[in-house]
Design a protein around this ligand. Structure first.
Ligand code: CDT
Length: 310
């Protein structure tokens, strides 16, 4: 099944007081619509089950853990899994994961049409800060509530293709795509929650933020000849605006579908994994063209190091 239909299920705002059950019924509604439109695979955003809670400063660990899932599926999320299985629909979505060892991750999974989790990823690039910052118009406390993912960027086989996951801020880093590109990835799915304004750069409005979001996904798709499905949580969550602009990007880096609202909105597009073959075999034939001896800085240093003679 290398040619199938993907639904990017953008979700409008989820308010702080919205229950998991309410959100899951919205996800099920989107899934039903996706099925009517012929989709085989539905992709939901980052932290799809709750509001984007890292904007809230919390000190009490019980308050923090309220936002996390200890089981997947759980009693609350099982109706989504069962519904997907009954429709024969594969799905991917993000959630906050609390492991039995007490570790906290920003996680995303891919569930196949039989209800088995075939792919799991824990967000590597965590943006923001760890302490309350009074200078910011809004807080972004992912570094406080999550530890960096410990699974790397794995790819996995499903739907007769090679798939990978990443989450929100990961999309801005070329390493994310290249590490999966080097494992032959043919479709990357990712969700995001991105504020419409930059709390540290007041001149940067939603248009520029959206431009950067699409730019990085298009570049990642083209340079690795892979489909990229980028799905937003959008709209105003408890007074905090998030931009939409969910996209389906083909392996040529072209946007083939884009959301136009800040609400629940479905983009359905037929994706052929064989469209990745030309780019992988010609322009970006890694084996013939990559010169790894010149790339050592990529994994040997983190920050900028000026050469000594500069
Ligand atoms: N959720 C997430 O990773 N959002 C970031 C915003 C960073 S602003 C501190 C993003 O890159 O979209």
């Amino acid at each position: 099944m290398r040619n199938f239909s993907v639904a990017a299920a953008q979700m409008g705002p989820i308010q702080k007081n919205d229950s998991r059950e309410t959100v899951i019924s919205r996800m099920i509604e989107l899934m039903d619509q996706a099925q009517k439109e012929g989709a085989d695979f539905i992709v939901y955003p980052e932290l799809a089950l709750t509001t984007f809670f890292p904007r809230y400063y919390m000190e009490d660990q019980n308050d923090v853990d309220f936002w996390f899932e200890t089981d997947m599926p759980s009693k609350k999320t099982n109706p989504l899994f069962e519904h997907a299985k009954s429709l024969g629909m594969a799905m991917s979505f993000g959630y906050a994961e609390l492991t039995p060892e007490g570790r906290h991750f920003n996680t995303s999974i891919h569930v196949d049409k039989t209800g088995s989790i075939v792919g799991k990823y824990r967000k590597v690039h965590l943006p923001g800060h760890t302490e309350f910052d009074p200078k910011r118009t809004h807080q972004h406390l992912e570094k406080r509530y999550f530890e960096p993912g410990d699974l790397g960027f794995p790819v996995y086989r499903t739907l007769d293709g090679i798939f990978g996951l990443c989450i929100c801020n990961d999309r801005r880093w070329p390493e994310t795509y290249r590490v999966m590109g080097l494992q032959g990835v043919e479709m990357i799915t990712l969700g995001y929650n991105t504020p419409s304004t930059n709390s540290q750069k007041s001149t940067e409005g939603p248009e520029k933020r959206m431009f950067h979001s699409s730019l990085v996904m298009q570049a990642g798709a083209y340079q690795n000849s892979t489909w990229v499905i980028g799905v937003a949580k959008a709209g105003i969550e408890d007074g905090h605006p998030l931009f939409g602009g969910s996209v389906i990007v083909n392996p040529d880096g072209e946007i083939v579908a884009q959301a136009s609202t800040d609400g629940d909105e479905l983009l359905v597009h037929s994706c052929d994994l064989d469209d990745t073959v030309f780019g992988k075999k010609t322009m970006f034939d890694f084996v013939r063209h990559r010169q790894i001896k010149h790339y050592t800085r990529i994994t040997s240093q983190v920050g900028v190091e000026l050469p000594k003679d500069l």
